[in-house]
Design a protein around this ligand. Structure first.
Ligand SMILES: [Zn+2]
Ligand SMILES: [Zn+2]
Length: 173
């Protein structure tokens, strides 16, 4: 969805986005996604956008490789500033680089690509390292069993531990 600066009335524009065509393909999601957008035109060449995305992503744990649900929610704000062509040429490639650069996006046309903003917000909200829980034990490097499931999943530990158990028995007796 593209919003022109001129589409935004003086008292602001509210959007509720139902269609999910913007959702980045690289992520799995669960259930529905709720998106609210508010646009406010500050000056001729400046637009503020407040957004709220509520979704549940399905990520893969980096440690145990199991899928887990990651709730995504929270408001964000992005400013769009219309600048002259010569100014944008320098920054065009860096528009969507990092969280800090999301604060102000420089445009060379008075139009906002809402889909791109939303997709980028999802990407920025996902942590660099995905771990299903702080206590995730990961997989056994020897047999690949998921160590979160329980003692029975992996026998490697039991084998390597047994000499010590025998030793401690000897020392205690
Ligand atoms: Zn895990
Ligand atoms: Zn094992």
């Amino acid at each position: 969805m593209i919003i022109q600066f001129d589409d935004i009335p003086p008292d602001g524009l509210r959007l509720v986005i139902d269609d999910l065509s913007w959702f980045p393909e690289e992520f799995d999601k669960k259930g529905s996604i709720k998106v609210d957008i508010e646009l406010e035109r500050q000056e001729n060449n400046l637009v503020f956008l407040w957004g709220d995305i509520r979704a549940t992503l399905v990520l893969q744990c980096d440690r145990c490789l199991e899928k887990f649900e990651f709730p995504l929610s929270g408001r964000f704000k992005v400013d769009f500033e219309l600048v002259k062509n010569s100014e944008t040429a320098v920054v065009a490639d860096e528009h969507f680089c990092s969280a800090s650069e999301m604060d102000t996006i420089l445009l060379d046309r008075p139009e906002i690509d809402i889909d791109e903003v939303l997709a980028q917000q999802v990407r920025l909200s996902v942590p660099m390292k995905n771990v299903c829980s702080d206590n995730c034990k990961g997989i056994c490097p020897q047999c690949g069993a998921n160590l979160n499931i329980g003692d029975d999943a992996c026998r490697c530990q039991a084998v390597s531990e047994s000499p010590f158990k025998t030793l401690s028995k000897l020392m205690n007796s």
